[in-house]
Design a protein around this ligand. Structure first.
Ligand SMILES: Nc1ncnc2c1ncn2[C@@H]1O[C@H](COP(=O)(O)OP(=O)(O)OP(=O)(O)O)[C@@H](O)[C@H]1O
Length: 321
C-alpha cells in the first residue's frame, strides 16, 4: 500500500521524469507518459510497471495511461576516418542511399567543411538551400534524399579561411536544419581527429559511428585514433568498413590487393568492434561517384556490397539505446 504523493514520487524515478502527475477520480487513475525514443518493449514494460504500482494506491481500481505521440528523435550516424582520401564521403553517400532503399527516412549532412564533396556525389550541385524561420531547408539529392553540404552555401572553388568556432557554427546550422520527418542523419565527418571533430561529437551526440579505412597499415593506425575520439566522447561504435579492398582488373578480372588484405577486419577484431564489410577498389565506383550517380542506387555487386553494410547498420540502429 502506498498513498498518491508517494506513488507520484516513485513514478518520477521509475519513468525518468516521463510521466505527468497522476490524478485519481472515481477510482480511476489517469496520467500521461512521454514514450518518445523508447523501444516498443521498453514502452510496454514501463506501462505495465506503472499500472502495477498505480493499483497499489488506495481507492484506485483502474489505471489509464495516455501515451503521448512519439516524439521525433533524429538520430545521427557519424561516418568518419582518421585519414583523408580513404573513401569516407563515398561511403557516406552510398550508405545514405542504401539505408533509404531499406525504407529508413534518411538525410545526409556533409560536415567536411573545408573539402565538401557530397553535392557532387549526390548530384545536387546546382541547388541552393533556402532558410525558413532561421533554419536551413535541405536540398534534394539522389533518390529524393534531403541533404545539406557546405558546398551548397559557398561559391564553388572558393577557399574557406575560417577559424574553429565559425566552423562549429556552420556545422550546427547544417545539423539543426529543418529535417522534417527524417529519422536518421548520415553525417560525413571532416577527416582527422581534431577539435572540430571532438566538438561535433560532443555537441551533436551521434547515436553511433562508422569508421572507414583502407587496408593499409597507416590508414588503420589513423582509424584507431578516430575510434578513440568517439570513445572519449562516449559515442558507440557501429563498426569498421574496409574500403578500396582488392582491385578487380576490369580487363582480365584478376583480383589484386594494392593496399594489402584483411587489415581492417583484424583491426576491428583487435578493437573489439564489429567489422561491417568491404567495398572493392573499382573504377566503376569512382566513375559513378564523380558523375553524381552513387552505385548503391543501382544494381550489381557494388550496390549489393553497400546494401549488406547498410543492413548491418540498420540492424544496429534497431537495438534499444
Ligand atoms: N571503393 C572505391 N573504388 C574506387 N574509387 C574510390 C572508392 N572509394 C573512394 N574512391 C575514390 O577515391 C577518392 C577519395 O574518396 P572520398 O572523397 O570518398 O574519400 P574521403 O575519405 O571522403 O576524402 P576526404 O578526406 O578528401 O574527404 C574519390 O575520387 C573517390 O571516387
Amino acid at each position: 500500500m502506498t498513498d498518491l504523493p508517494d506513488f507520484a514520487a516513485r513514478l518520477t524515478a521509475l519513468t525518468d521524469g516521463r510521466a505527468s502527475t497522476p490524478r485519481v477520480k472515481d477510482g480511476v487513475m489517469t496520467l500521461a507518459l512521454d514514450v518518445g525514443g523508447l523501444a516498443p518493449e521498453q514502452r510496454d514494460g514501463l506501462a505495465a510497471a506503472i499500472r502495477e504500482g498505480g493499483l497499489t494506491v488506495p481507492g484506485v481500481a483502474e489505471v489509464r495511461i495516455a501515451m503521448t505521440a512519439e516524439k521525433k528523435v533524429l538520430k545521427i550516424l557519424a561516418v568518419a576516418s582518421g585519414k583523408g582520401g580513404v573513401g569516407k564521403s563515398t561511403l557516406s553517400a552510398n550508405l545514405a542511399v542504401a539505408l533509404h532503399r531499406l525504407g529508413l527516412r534518411v538525410g545526409l549532412v556533409d560536415a567536411d567543411i573545408y573539402g565538401p564533396s557530397q553535392a557532387k556525389l549526390m548530384g545536387s550541385e546546382d541547388q541552393k538551400p533556402v532558410a525558413r524561420d532561421k533554419k536551413l531547408v535541405p536540398v534534394t539529392g539522389v533518390a529524393g534524399i534531403p541533404m545539406l553540404s557546405m558546398a551548397h552555401l559557398v561559391e564553388p572553388g572558393k577557399a574557406l579561411a575560417w577559424r574553429g568556432p565559425m566552423v562549429g557554427n556552420a556545422l550546427s546550422q547544417l545539423i539543426e536544419a529543418e529535417w522534417g520527418d527524417t529519422q536518421l542523419l548520415v553525417v560525413d565527418m571532416p577527416p582527422g581527429t581534431g577539435d572540430i571533430q571532438l566538438t561535433m561529437v560532443q555537441k551533436h551526440k551521434p547515436a553511433g559511428a562508422v569508421i572507414v579505412s583502407t587496408p593499409q597499415d597507416l590508414a588503420l593506425i589513423d582509424a584507431t585514433r578516430a575510434v578513440s575520439l568517439f570513445a572519449q566522447a562516449g559515442v558507440p561504435m557501429v563498426g569498421l568498413v574496409e574500403n578500396m579492398a582488392g582491385y578487380a582488373c576490369p580487363h582480365c578480372g584478376e583480383i589484386s590487393d594494392p593496399f594489402g588484405q584483411g587489415g581492417a577486419e583484424s583491426t576491428a577484431g583487435d578493437l573489439a568492434m564489429p567489422f561491417l564489410g568491404r567495398i572493392p577498389l573499382a573504377i566503376d565506383i569512382r566513375r559513378r561517384s564523380d558523375a553524381g550517380d552513387p552505385p548503391a542506387a543501382g544494381d550489381g555487386p557494388y550496390a549489393d556490397a553497400f546494401a549488406a553494410i547498410a543492413q548491418k547498420v540498420a540492424d544496429w540502429l534497431k537495438q534499444p539505446a
